[in-house]
Design a protein around this ligand. Structure first.
Ligand SMILES: CC(C)(COP(=O)(O)OP(=O)(O)OC[C@H]1O[C@@H](n2cnc3c(N)ncnc32)[C@H](O)[C@@H]1OP(=O)(O)O)[C@@H](O)C(=O)NCCC(=O)NCCS
Length: 177
């Protein structure tokens, strides 16, 4: 790798590169407008992984009420298994974690690599949404993570008072990370 990996805030000018990665990464990619909307939210955390000027991965996390919703994580298919998603999620938690902070996401049941990645950060499965993905009616696994420090993290997969948030973006669009 010519340049070291840097994790920094995702910006509007990154979006053409992000869209190119997104289209290769997902059967129902987010549109440009969806990324613009997420970047415009002051409470969200959107990060890019870059080698110099080249974007190789990104993550989008939104806060709804008291819960963080991990909306999107993707890595350039030419750079997967290099620890880039791990670096992005670590940077996210470094910024957002407070004791007891809660995170949720949805992931395709078949996406074992992503599930393994999330489990490594303490996410635990806590139910399914049947037929959640519009393209193939695949179920989503709902996962929750509680940031260390409050004692709540012992209750793996058990959200405190909140049911999981649904951000269902309608037919043909992928919801969840
Ligand atoms: C899932 C994804 C984000 C992982 O990104 P990545 O940078 O390759 O992940 P990392 O290199 O940080 O992997 C960390 C760990 O996650 C697990 N993992 C990641 N990809 C995996 C795969 N394809 N198969 C099995 N385990 C995998 C492994 O435990 C890995 O550790 P290891 O390489 O030491 O074995 C990437 O494969 C991707 O962009 N996929 C397409 C989009 C997607 O599915 N996003 C998630 C939607 S919920």
């Amino acid at each position: 790798m010519s340049q070291p990996l840097e994790i920094r805030r995702l910006t509007y000018s990154d979006l053409p590169q992000v869209i190119a990665i997104e289209r290769r990464a997902f059967p129902t990619p987010w549109s440009l407008a969806m990324f613009v909307l997420e970047l415009s939210k002051p409470s969200g955390i959107c990060l890019a992984a870059v080698h110099g000027a080249r974007v190789v991965g990104y993550t989008v996390c939104s806060r709804y009420d008291t819960v963080w919703h991990l909306m999107n994580v993707a890595v350039d298919d030419r750079h997967q298994r290099e620890g880039i998603a791990t670096a992005l999620l670590q940077a996210l938690f470094d910024r957002a974690d407070r004791p007891g902070e809660q995170y949720t996401l949805e992931v395709r049941l078949s996406n074992l690599g992503a599930i393994h990645l999330y489990e490594g950060f303490g996410f635990r499965g806590a139910g399914r949404r049947r037929g959640y993905y519009h393209d193939n009616k695949e179920d989503a696994l709902i996962m929750w993570r509680t940031a260390p420090g409050s004692g709540r993290e012992a209750l793996d997969g058990e959200p405190a008072e909140h049911g999981p948030l649904v951000v269902d973006r309608g037919s043909g669009q992928r919801a969840g990370a």
